[in-house]
Design a protein around this ligand. Structure first.
Ligand SMILES: O=C(O)CCC(=O)C(=O)O
Ligand SMILES: [Fe+2]
Length: 319
C-alpha cells in the first residue's frame, strides 16, 4: 500500500473479504460496541423444512408504482415491503447460513466481524434464483428507467454481533462501471431493528454534492467523520435510519450516500446485496483499490470495454 493516505490508485490485490475487513475499519464508532440486545428470530425462520419449500413467486413482477419511482429519483433509495414472502426469506436465509458455514466455519469459530461472500449464485442454485432474479432486476430497471439490466455481483454480507458501523460512502466510488445507472438491491434475511444495523441513507440523492470535495482516506476514519459532520450541519440533508420488516428490501442508487449502524444484537445481520447496472455500460478507465476485486466480478474485460461476460448476465429486459 502506498504511504500517501489519499492515494487509492493502485489496484486491490487481495480478496473481497480482505476488502471488507479493511473497509469497515475506516468507520468511526463513537458509541460502545459492547451492548447486546437480545434478538428473537420468528418461528418461520427457525422451524423450517426448507427442502420442501417452494420458490413460487420469486420471479413475479412487483407492483411498483409511479410514486415509488419518483420517490427513488428524488431520494436516491427506496424501501419496499413484501418484496419476498416470509417463506422465501426463510429459504434464502437457510442457504446464506449454509454458505457462511462452508466458507467460514461454525458461528462461534469465526474471526471476522464482517463476513462477505460473492459469486455464490454460480454455485448455489437457490441463491441463484434470488440473484439472477426477475423481480429484483425488474424493480431496478424500472427505478432506473432502462430497457435491460445486468448483474455486477452478489454479496452475502454478515454483520456479526459487535461489528461497528459501515462507513459513509456512495457506491459510485466502489463500482468500476461507467454509468450512473446502477442500483443495489439489499435483501435482509431477517427483520432488522435499529440495534441490528440497518442501512442508513442521506437524502436527497444530491447529498453527495456536499461531500464530493472530501478526499478519501484509506488509512483512518477521517473521511467517515468528515462526511458525518457535513451531513449533520446541512439543513438540506436528512438522515434516514429505519428498521426493515421481514420481506422488506431496499434499493439504492450508486449516487445515494449511505452507511450502516453497528450490530448490537446477539444475532448475525444476514443480507444478500445484488448490484444491477444498465446493459451496455463499460468498465471505467481507471478502477482504484476502492473498486476491490472487480476483475473477478467482470472477468476478461479491460478498462473502457463494454461489460457482457457470463458473470454479468442480463437479469431483466423489457419485452
Ligand atoms: O451491509 C452494509 O453494512 C453495507 C452494504 C453496502 O454499503 C451496500 O450494499 O452498498
Ligand atoms: Fe454501499
Amino acid at each position: 500500500m502506498s504511504d500517501d493516505k489519499f492515494d487509492v490508485s493502485e489496484p486491490w490485490r487481495n480478496s473481497n473479504q480482505d476488502w471488507w475487513d479493511w473497509y469497515v475499519a475506516l468507520a468511526c464508532n463513537d458509541e460502545s460496541l459492547d451492548k447486546r440486545y437480545p434478538y428473537q428470530l420468528p418461528d418461520v425462520l427457525t422451524n423450517q423444512t426448507a427442502e420442501t419449500r417452494t420458490m413460487e413467486g420469486v420471479h413475479a413482477a412487483y407492483p411498483l408504482t409511479e410514486k415509488d419511482v419518483q420517490k427513488f429519483r428524488v431520494n436516491g433509495f427506496i424501501k419496499l415491503k413484501n418484496v419476498f414472502s416470509e417463506v422465501l426469506i426463510a429459504l434464502l436465509r437457510l442457504h446464506i447460513q449454509r454458505e457462511l458455514t462452508v466458507h467460514f466455519g461454525e458461528l462461534k469459530k469465526r474471526n471476522q466481524k464482517f463476513l462477505s461472500l460473492d459469486l455464490i449464485w454460480e454455485k448455489n442454485k437457490v441463491i441463484k434464483e434470488f440473484v439472477v432474479n426477475k423481480r429484483l432486476a425488474g424493480i431496478a430497471a424500472k427505478l432506473l428507467n432502462v430497457n435491460a439490466v445486468r448483474l455486477y455481483h452478489d454479496n452475502i454480507l454478515s454483520k456479526e454481533p459487535g461489528c461497528g458501523r459501515t462507513p459513509w460512502h456512495y457506491d459510485t466510488h466502489h463500482f468500476p462501471i461507467a454509468t450512473s445507472n446502477v442500483v443495489t438491491a439489499w435483501i435482509p434475511a431477517q427483520a432488522i431493528p435499529i440495534e441490528m444495523g440497518p442501512l442508513v441513507f442521506a437524502k436527497p440523492i444530491t447529498a453527495y454534492k456536499f461531500v464530493e470535495h472530501l478526499r478519501f482516506s484509506k488509512k483512518d476514519t477521517t473521511y467517515d467523520r468528515d462526511v458525518k459532520k457535513i451531513f449533520r450541519e446541512k439543513e438540506e440533508v436528512e438522515i434516514v435510519s429505519k428498521p426493515y420488516e421481514l420481506g422488506e428490501v431496499s434499493f439504492h442508487h450508486n449516487l445515494s450516500f449511505h452507511s450502516a449502524s453497528p450490530n448490537l444484537t446477539d444475532e448475525s445481520r444476514l443480507v444478500l446485496a445484488n448490484t444491477y447496472f444498465e446493459d451496455g455500460a463499460r468498465v471505467v478507465e481507471q478502477p482504484t483499490m476502492v473498486s476491490g476485486d472487480w476483475q473477478n466480478f467482470i472477468p476478461d474485460t479491460s478498462p473502457g470495454q463494454v461489460i457482457c461476460t457470463e458473470r454479468n448476465p442480463v437479469c431483466w429486459e423489457k419485452c
